[in-house]
Design a protein around this ligand. Structure first.
Ligand code: NAD
Length: 479
């Protein structure tokens, strides 16, 4: 991996601007590397390289061979898992064990999609006498992938893994706040046998390289993961050339805990759902809705668990690392301060360890209780380790509270009542529902995506392959 360069057409290339962007370690706030500041010209070179191989070597590679290449890619990622994890932990600030899990998930995405390459097929359709009609699934062509900073490896894996498996050539614009792992991964793709241009990475700011990618007329599909506001901008830019867009946006996901739930099983998952990656997770369980019959004892258990949380630099591998940058740190702190000012009860806060470097972006995890449903911390995505607890009196109220935000990404239900499990699973407005668990450990195989302000389209699992293909109908009249 070369410093401050893009990976285009199988080569490390200098940015045409000649400029770079400092990379800051969130654990101490110090600059430790540089990345290239990409612009529209760099994006154009990457799109041209992708088109050339799509119409050439990559487009002529059989599905089975694509699978072999992606499987080798997966094996190389697994072999370099520790190196990738250390790079990711430094770049994002997340605890090392979480970065290791991300590297393992990245390898698993390529393994899963390697196996799927030659199992994606169309149908034959009954039609009039004398006709044979079939559908075939074809790649879009050149796909653009705009990736956020919170899970660079996982989000790259689910989106680029599926796009390559379906036969597309990819141009990736990672976040300016975390992209070192993906640059390393790009060279492993080349080593695995991806032809030059099948996977290109252009780094830089969203307003420059990201916008240039979304508006480029040579891009046939855009996969965007990030904030709702930028999702709107990307959709508008892509609409100028009618490219379809998959949007994976944020969430304000609820977990509903009924009085008959197994609280011993629920508690660690309620905590992990908001503490993982310091709450900077689109599917974070940032609201807990609790049956009033068990509200006080469960809040007490949550309070004790929050009190015990420790926050520090990534290499100490504590419960939480720092937030990604100063802006995000200020934003989360503001939500906590405003909630306190509004009289919302702060029941517990974790602690930042004394030896955490002073320049790091550390935020003590916070548990707010008795949070009114309409309050901002119950409605807006904070993207930090802040949990809002609200009591409910019956199932109907729990459902109304759970569905009462503009988001609809994930929801969790904790109850032993089978009929209630199914009723709520059907009535909750979210793309994924978990019953007596949450997140299912990431679930590479499980389709993922939202409704409403959480976005549209599905990634992960086999479903993603449909999104990265276009369906063609062939009608043959043979008499
Ligand atoms: P962001 O929207 O600021 O940035 C995401 C990506 O878009 C980055 O690569 C950025 O450079 C790029 N970008 C920014 N402005 C752009 C523009 N004008 N044109 C084109 N690209 C542009 O989001 P973020 O701060 O990096 O990530 C946090 C957000 O992402 C949260 O809202 C979170 O919920 C969401 N997210 C969603 C999922 C999901 O799967 N649903 C996963 C992770 C993060």
């Amino acid at each position: 991996m070369e410093d401050a360069q893009h990976f285009v057409a199988g080569n490390w290339t200098a940015p045409s601007s000649g400029e770079s962007i400092d990379v800051i370690d969130p654990s101490d706030g110090q600059v430790f590397s540089q990345i290239a500041r990409g612009n529209a010209a760099d994006i154009d070179s990457a799109v041209r390289a992708a088109r050339a191989t799509y119409e050439g070597p990559w487009g002529h590679t059989s599905a089975a061979e694509r699978g072999r290449i992606l499987f080798r890619f997966s094996m190389l990622i697994a072999a370099r898992g520790e190196e990738l994890a250390r790079l990711e932990a430094r770049d994002t600030g997340k605890p090392l064990r979480e970065a290791r899990a991300d590297a393992a998930a990245l390898a698993r995405y390529f393994e899963f999609y390697a196996g799927a390459c030659d199992k994606l097929h169309g149908e034959t359709l009954p039609y009039q006498a004398g006709y044979t009609v079939m559908t075939v699934r074809e790649p879009h062509g050149v796909t653009g992938h705009i990736v956020p900073w919170n899970y660079p490896m996982q989000i790259f894996g689910r989106s680029v893994g599926a796009a390559l498996a379906a036969g597309n050539a990819c141009v990736v614009k990672p976040s300016e706040d975390a992209c070192l792992s993906l640059l390393r991964v790009a060279s492993l793709g080349a080593e695995a046998g991806l032809p030059a241009g099948a996977l290109n990475i252009v780094t830089g700011y969203g307003t420059e390289a990201g916008a240039a990618l979304a508006r480029h007329p040579g891009i046939d599909h855009i996969s965007f993961t990030g904030s709702p506001s930028v999702g709107t901008l990307v959709t508008q830019l892509a609409a100028e050339h009618h490219a379809p867009v998959t949007l994976e946006l944020g969430g304000k996901s609820p977990q509903i805990v009924f009085a008959d739930a197994d609280l011993d099983a629920a508690l660690p998952m309620l905590m992990a759902a908001i503490v993982q990656n310091a709450g900077q997770t689109c599917s974070a369980g940032s609201r807990v809705l609790i049956d009033r019959a068990i509200y006080t004892p469960l809040v007490e258990r949550l309070r004790a668990a929050f009190d015990a949380l420790r926050v520090g630099p990534s290499e100490l591998d504590l419960d939480c690392g720092p937030l990604i940058n100063a802006k995000q740190h200020g934003r989360v702190a503001q939500y906590v301060d405003n909630a306190r000012r509004d009289g919302i009860r702060l029941a517990a806060q974790g602690q930042i360890v004394p030896d955490a470097p002073r320049g790091g972006f550390y935020q003590a995890p916070a548990l707010f209780v008795d949070v009114p449903a309409e309050h901002r911390i119950a409605q807006e995505e904070i993207f930090g380790p802040v949990l809002a607890a609200t009591p409910f009196d019956d199932e109907a109220q729990a459902l109304a509270l759970a569905n009462g935000t503009r988001y609809g990404l994930v929801a969790g239900v904790w109850t032993r009542d089978g009929a209630r499990q199914l009723r709520l699973a059907r009535r909750l407005r979210a793309g994924q529902i978990f019953v007596n668990n949450y997140g299912a450990g990431g679930g590479v195989e499980l389709p993922f995506g939202g409704t409403g302000q959480s976005g549209h389209g599905r990634e992960k699992g086999f479903e993603a392959l449909y999104g990265f293909t276009t369906l063609k109908t062939i009608a043959i009249r043979h008499g």
